[in-house]
Design a protein around this ligand. Structure first.
Ligand SMILES: C[S@@+](CC[C@H](N)C(=O)[O-])C[C@H]1O[C@@H](n2cnc3c(N)ncnc32)[C@H](O)[C@@H]1O
Length: 267
């Protein structure tokens, strides 16, 4: 059955907060916090390998934009895994986060808030709605990647680990777990930093509170050397940077510059 434009529009409107802008077709695009043009830039910079016939695991998929993109690119099976933000009432969460930012106060850890409802999983509504609208075969799995028995996941040819590493309290352990579920290659995208005057050191910036974007769930920003080393130490054989750190602009004072790094890591 093909949905009408009105039905697709109603589905898009039925979700209070979208993180991703997902194209439902017939001119209906969800109103994501990440704009369609930002997502197009991401897709380009992530440099997806040929996914035709491949199995894909999208760790921390949220609304599933990249899971659906993998399916659209011909993956034979796509699993979308998430827990943390699926457990939140995202409208209340964003309202709280914006309010704290405006008032200049540090938010409480989000999983201690009354809107964190793991028994209800209110934040999964975006993924579920998009799956329905796209009539997609992407398989959702509810699980906290850092806590769950990852043997349950088996291994996938291609693993997507986007927008997650800097949220992890234990990044080396996180990358070990990513390596354990990867058969061929993992694509990693993360907040990263350049320490302009120390290019030869593997360094990581630590955020004790909400220094990065007012968000208390951000902990780390590695530089390129630390990110690549972290992947190798976690069990990947070869790692390549797909987005190089920005070069200092002429006349710029050396210091810390942040950017989003992308690396591919092969088993
Ligand atoms: C910025 S979103 C990225 C979503 C998607 N992968 C993307 O790149 O667009 C962060 C993701 O990490 C997950 N996550 C897992 N543990 C987290 C934690 N402790 N703090 C914040 N996010 C966490 C969230 O559920 C969410 O799906």
């Amino acid at each position: 059955m093909r949905f009408t434009r009105e039905q697709l529009e109603a589905m898009a409107q039925s979700v209070p907060v979208w993180f991703h802008s997902i194209d439902f077709g017939q001119g209906v695009v969800t109103n994501g916090l990440i704009s369609p043009s930002q997502q197009a830039d991401q897709v380009q910079s992530f440099r997806f390998p040929d996914l035709r016939g491949k199995t894909v695991l999208d760790i921390n998929a949220l609304d599933g934009f990249f899971s659906f993109e993998a399916e659209r690119r011909g993956a034979s099976r796509v699993v979308a895994l998430d827990h943390y933000m699926w457990a939140m009432d995202l409208a209340r969460h964003y309202h709280y986060w914006v309010e704290c930012k405006e008032r200049g106060v540090v938010p409480s850890a989000y999983h201690t808030m009354p809107y964190y409802l793991p028994k209800v999983m209110p934040g999964k509504i975006g993924f579920d709605t998009a799956k329905k609208a796209l009539q997609s075969d992407v398989e959702p799995v509810v699980g906290d990647f850092m806590e769950m028995d990852i043997e349950r996941l088996g291994t996938s040819d291609v693993v997507l680990y986007f927008g997650s590493l800097y949220h992890m309290e234990n990044p080396l352990e996180a990358m070990r777990r990513v390596a354990a579920v990867t058969k061929d290659v993992a694509l990693i995208e993360t907040e990263a930093a350049v320490f302009a005057d120390l290019p030869d050191h593997a360094l990581v910036e630590f955020f004790e509170s909400n220094e990065l974007n007012g968000d208390v769930s951000n902990w780390w920003a590695p530089n390129e050397k630390a990110l690549l080393g972290l992947c190798r130490a976690a069990g990947f054989r070869r790692v390549e940077s797909m987005v190089k750190p920005p070069l200092p602009r002429a006349g710029e004072t050396p210091g810390v510059v942040r950017y989003r790094a992308v690396a591919h890591a092969w088993k």
